[in-house]
Structure formats: structure tokens, C-alpha cells
Design a protein around this ligand. Structure first.
Ligand code: ATP
Length: 639
């Protein structure tokens, strides 16, 4: 096949431009990226060979090699791992597979001048980072088991070339033609063995495969004839020690962070490192990380969750989901078990008793770490909850065993404070005498919840309400039901009886009022019966004329929508319309109803009241055009 030239995909081109006009101040990290890819390729080959021992590949000496050539000004990172096929090179290297890239580029465009570097520093570009230091990159690769190889070259501008190569060695080698060194811009001389050694030690020491480089000293001659034979000796640059197997005081924080970046595919430091050593009949070591930022795809179906599973230092599974529950899917890390079979399958793991025990222990360990963080470092806890609170709350629904631990670390926005979150414990401590429930309201945003008519009586009486804005909130609040004997109650559901009120209405007066309104309410319930379950007087409104509430046992509209979105059939639930007897419009309607015989026009007013209640909670009247017409008619008459 002749050499073919291809254009980079638009996003890839934009990223390459960023690399060429390099925006990272620390350019050394390109080597970490290439070594990280090479190490993954070796892991993949070993796994594939474990599964299919017929695979025609040599796995006897898997390693990474770095070659530097000062005269040619090149640096090559070579591995004898899985390699790539012709098509894979086009797909993996010519395009950017990360679907987060578009989002990243968008953020970058919107960033203020000067803020770009910080942003870019948070985003990994893997292979492309080579263009920070090189004006040309060549990749030669052969997929294990295949006969022919592929050569890819590019100057990082608009295009790259691909060609088939007859005799490529197994694996991948990436050769960078280096730009001239420019130490003022942190562009070091990467043909210096000293520099390469330093970078590998710093960023890639824990890589479990040997990273070799030709040392300057000629090899001691193997045939011991005293004369060197010219082959340079290879020195191994990394210690290859698994960090999780080393004692804590031997490993620096920075080393842990580098491991996190490798396994977590993140360029930023983690928020927390968690170590666990389990001894006894089933021995294992775990090194887990809580990231500092939620990945953009955490809530998508494609999100790859799971920990790396090792058996005595050998990686046997990349994303082992069975080790943590889905609501801890953001946790990254490594688990190394002593007694598992090397070719254990996912299906078997799901049912394995030991894995089950590990999952329970790891889950508890993560939750207790969050609890500690909450007690000792509120800023870091706040970051964790901001990034992952929504996911953790899923656990309140799905993990009854750890529900109390999750409730203890959960925090919520509340009317108590404009910006600080509150825990349920703090809420309960502030409850008023006689208040027997924890009140909450769900909605799209804090602002829309606070403006909701349902909040009026609570605001008036100074009763705190939790302001919940995640879709999962309704579900967990419903599932959990109570906290320390206090019921969790939505202020938009059921009858609200604020016992603590210093009410100015005596029972006597209330009874009288109920009687006065009985006829109107009965008529309106019939009039709006198609859409409404009941019309009744409200004790939650002080300002608005009307609001919609759900009956205590019924689904709320948000939950109904959620079930529908999940493809479940749910019947439409009718809701209750509550009227504010202190509002002039309601009072006038009652009077008119009792005085007039002809109720046709009153029917329209009832409809308008219903529409207003729906609008007030951010909904849409059933027939918006008709609603507008009715409103316009009435306004016109009022002029
Ligand atoms: N040395 C290699 N051997 C085999 N495949 C490789 C090698 N280097 C890169 N690839 C393939 O190309 C893909 C893209 O690599 P790139 O470094 O751009 O991103 P990544 O490694 O997937 O992501 P990240 O940088 O977030 O880890 C890899 O996922 C891998 O499939």
C-alpha cells in the first residue's frame, strides 16, 4: 500500500495547535504520557495472552526502552506490547476519541485570557503532548499476532501520513524529532540521559515494567575477553516497585499522585489517597484515590468504572466493577489480591465470596475516609461533595447497609444559609420546639425553589427547609423516609400542619372559614375535575393566591417524568390545588360564587387560578394559548 495522507479531525487539529504553541509550562510530562501508553500496551498484551494462549506474540521480555540520539536529535520510546493495526492507528491517533474534548475546547474558548494554561493543565492530551517538544513524530507499530506493521508520521500541522511496513517489530515505537532546546521556556534537552533519567524517576518510577535506556558506559563484555564489543549496556531507570506493596513512610505523596494520574487518566492530583492492607485468610492490598474533579461522563452509560485488579503484582483486569458499588464509580485505584486465579472472568468475580467481602470492606473504608475528611478538613470535604455528592446520594437508594454512613456525610443547601451546606444532624439541632419533621423542597435551582409559593408559610414562620436540586433527591428522600426518628417531608406534598405556628387563627375561626368556602371548593373540584384531584384551602400560602401540591402517597411530577424517561409506563397522577383564603382574589371569587347564579365566567377564573399555580412552580398551563387569552381578557377589563 502506498503512503497515504490524511487530514486530522477538526478537534485534533485544534489540540495540536495548542501543543505546538505549547501552553503547558511543564513540558517534561510528554515522556510520562508516552511511557504511560507503553505500559498500558504491555498490560494489554499480557492480558490478551492470558486469555488466548494461542496468540502469536512474544511475551518473554516485556519492557519499555528509551533511545536517545544526540546527533539526530531524536528520542524514541519503544515497547513490545500489544501494538496497533493500520485501522487502529487511524482511529486512535488520527482522531480524538475522548468525547470530553469538544467540551474542553469550548471551555477553553470561553476562558478569560491568561486562564488557558490552568485549564489546559487539567486536561490530558496523551500522545499529542509529544508535539510540545518535537517538530515531527513518527510512530511505527505492529499489532501482536499480525504480520505487517504501520508507520504514522506527522509534523502536527494539518495532516498525517500512514503506510504499511513489511517488517516492523511487535509493539510500538514513537520517535520524536526534538525541537531545539530552549531552557528559558522549560524546553529542556531531552537527548540528555541525565534529564531522561530524572523525568522517569520522578513520574514513572512505579511503572511495573522495566524502562530501559542505553547507558553511556559501554557494556561489560559478556564473553569477558576484556574488550568491549560496542553494544551499550542497558540500565533500568525505574524501581518497578508496586507502591501499594511498600510501606507508607517509604512512599512520597508525589509518587502516589503519579500512580493516580496513570491509573486514573487524569492530569491533576487526587483529593485523597486511601491505603488498605488486609491480612488473614484472604490477603489483599488496595490503594484508592478520590479524584478532585468529576469527569464529564460520570453520568453517561459509557463511563468506564472500576478499579485495576492485580494478582500478586500482575494486572489481570483493567476496570473491575465488582470491587465497588456503582455509586462509588468515581473512585480510582488498584487492588492487589494474593489468592485469585490469573484468568478469572468478570462473571465469576461478580459472584465470588471474597470479592464480595472486599467490596464491603473497601466501601466502608471509602465512606469512613469521607467522614474523617468532613471532620478534619471541611474545605476538602466541600470539594468532594460538590463534585461527587450527586453520585454518592445514589447510594442512599441502593445501599441500605451503608445508608446511615451516607446520611452522616451528606450535606445540603438550606434556607438556613445562603451558601453553606448543612448536614441532617445540624438541621435537627436547629429544629424548632414542636417541629417533628425535616422539611425539604425539590426543584431545578435554588432560586426557583426559594421563589416557590410552597415556601411562603415556612419562610414566615422561620422554619428551615432543605433546598434540593439533584434529580436523585426526590428518590432518596422518598426511599429513606426519616432520619433519627424525624420524618423527611416535602413541603409540596400532603397536608402541611405547622404545629409550631403562632397562629392568629383559632380553631373556631378556621372551622367557620372552612364552612364559608365549602361550596366554592366543592364546585371548583368538579369544574377542574379532569385535571385536579381536589381543591382545598391552604395553610402554606401567605402571599400567592394558589399552589399545586401532590397527595402524600403520590408520585410528584418530577418523579413521574423520571420514570417515563426511563421508559416506564406511569399513569398521570392528578394533583391538589390549594387556595389561599387570605388572598383577595380567592376571597372575591368566593363572594362572587355565593352571590351569582351564572357560573360560566367563574369557571374561567377557576381555570386562571389553576394556571397561575402551575406557572408559580415553574410548570406550564395545560393549554398555554387559552391561558394567555383568559388572562388578557381579564386584564383588559381591569383597565
Ligand atoms: N504505545 C502504544 N501501544 C499501543 N497503543 C497505543 C500506544 N500509544 C497509544 N496507543 C493507543 O492510542 C490511544 C490514544 O492514546 P492517547 O495517549 O492519545 O490517549 P489515552 O492514553 O487513551 O488517554 P489518556 O492520555 O487520558 O491516558 C490509546 O488509548 C491507545 O489505544
Amino acid at each position: 500500500m502506498p503512503t497515504e495522507t490524511f487530514e486530522f479531525q477538526v478537534e485534533a487539529r485544534q489540540l495540536l495547535q495548542l501543543m505546538i504553541h505549547s501552553v503547558y509550562s511543564n513540558k517534561d510530562v510528554f515522556l510520562r504520557e508516552l511511557v504511560s501508553n507503553a505500559s498500558d500496551a504491555l498490560d494489554k498484551l499480557r492480558l490478551e495472552k492470558l486469555r488466548h494462549d494461542t496468540l502469536d506474540a512474544d511475551t518473554s521480555d516485556l519492557h519499555i526502552e528509551i533511545d536517545i540520539d544526540q546527533d539526530a536529535r531524536t528520542l524514541t520510546v519503544r515497547d513490545n506490547g500489544i501494538g496497533m493495526s493500520y485501522d487502529e492507528v487511524g482511529q486512535l491517533i488520527g482522531t480524538i476519541a475522548h468525547s470530553g474534548t469538544a467540551q474542553f475546547l469550548q471551555e477553553l474558548r470561553e476562558a478569560k485570557e491568561g486562564a488557558e494554561e490552568g485549564l489546559i493543565g487539567q486536561f490530558g492530551v496523551g500522545f499529542y503532548s509529544g508535539f510540545m517538544v518535537a517538530d515531527e513524530m513518527t510512530l511505527l507499530t505492529r499489532r501482536a499476532g499480525e504480520g505487517e506493521g504501520t508507520r504514522w508520521t506527522s509534523r502536527g500541522e494539518g495532516t498525517y501520513t500512514l503506510e504499511t511496513v513489511a517488517d516492523a517489530p511487535q509493539g510500538t515505537s514513537v520517535t520524536l524529532h526534538l525541537k531545539p532546546a530552549d531552557p528559558d521556556n522549560q524546553l529542556h534537552d531531552y537527548t540528555s540521559a541525565f534529564k531522561v533519567r530524572e523525568i522517569i524517576k520522578r513520574y514513572s518510577d512505579f511503572i511495573t515494567w522495566p524502562i530501559r535506556m542505553a547507558s553511556e558506559a559501554p557494556a561489560a563484555d559478556s564473553d569477558d575477553d576484556g574488550k568491549g564489543d560496542g553494544t551499550p549496556a542497558l540500565e533500568t531507570l525505574n524501581s518497578m516497585k508496586a507502591l501499594w506493596a511498600r510501606s507508607r513512610d517509604e512512599v512520597s505523596e508525589e509518587e502516589y499522585h503519579e500512580l493516580y494520574k496513570h491509573v486514573g487518566h487524569d492530569w491533576r492530583d487526587p483529593l485523597e489517597t486511601i491505603r488498605l492492607q488486609a491480612e488473614g485468610t484472604f490477603e489483599y492490598q488496595a490503594l484508592l484515590f478520590l479524584p478532585a474533579h468529576a469527569p464529564f461522563d460520570l453520568f453517561t452509560r459509557d463511563y468506564k468504572r472500576g478499579l485495576q485488579l492485580y494478582v500478586r503484582r500482575v494486572l489481570i483486569m483493567e476496570d473491575c466493577e465488582a470491587l465497588l458499588p456503582p455509586y462509588l464509580r468515581f473512585v480510582k485505584g488498584v487492588v492487589d489480591a494474593a489468592d485469585l486465579s490469573l484468568n478469572v472472568s468478570r462473571e465469576i468475580l461478580q459472584q465470588d465470596r471474597h470479592i464480595e467481602m472486599m467490596r464491603r470492606r473497601l466501601t466502608k473504608k471509602v465512606l469512613s475516609t469521607v467522614k474523617d475528611m468532613m471532620a478534619k478538613d471541611s474545605d476538602r470535604y466541600a470539594t468532594l461533595w460538590r463534585e461527587f455528592g450527586t453520585v454518592l446520594k445514589e447510594g442512599l437508594v441502593t445501599d441500605s447497609e451503608n445508608r446511615d454512613a451516607l446520611l452522616a456525610v451528606a450535606s445540603f443547601a438550606s434556607t438556613h444559609h445562603d451558601s453553606e451546606q448543612t448536614t441532617l444532624k445540624q438541621y435537627v439541632e436547629r429544629m424548632k420546639d414542636g417541629q417533628d419533621a425535616i422539611y425539604y423542597l425539590t426543584g431545578e435551582s435554588r432560586q426557583s425553589i426559594e421563589a416557590s409559593p410552597h415556601m411562603e408559610a415556612f419562610r414566615d414562620r422561620g422554619i428551615e427547609v432543605l433546598l434540593l436540586t439533584d434529580p436523585v433527591d426526590e428518590v432518596w428522600a422518598d426511599a429513606v423516609g426519616e432520619y433519627e426518628g424525624k420524618k423527611l417531608r416535602s413541603v409540596a406534598k400532603g397536608q402541611i400542619d405547622l404545629d409550631t405556628r403562632d397562629t392568629d387563627t383559632s380553631d373556631e375561626e378556621q372551622k367557620k372559614r372552612d364552612e364559608e368556602y365549602a361550596a366554592l371548593l366543592g364546585w371548583m373540584t368538579q369544574e377542574l375535575g379532569e385535571d385536579i384531584k381536589e381543591v382545598r384551602l391552604s395553610s402554606r400560602l401567605t402571599v400567592s393566591p394558589a399552589c399545586m401540591v401532590s397527595d402524600s402517597g403520590d408520585l410528584t411530577p418530577a418523579l413521574e417524568n423520571m420514570y417515563r424517561a426511563m421508559g416506564q409506563e406511569v399513569p398521570r397522577t392528578k394533583r391538589i390545588l390549594e387556595l389561599n383564603p387570605h388572598h383577595q382574589l380567592v376571597q372575591a371569587l368566593n363572594q362572587a360564587y355565593n352571590e351569582r347564579e351564572d357560573h360560566a365566567e367563574l369557571g374561567e377564573t377557576a381555570e386562571v387560578l389553576h394556571g397561575l399555580a402551575v406557572l408559580a412552580e415553574g410548570g406550564q398551563p395545560k393549554d398555554p394559548a387559552r391561558f394567555v387569552k383568559l388572562m388578557a381578557d381579564r386584564l383588559e377589563r381591569a383597565l
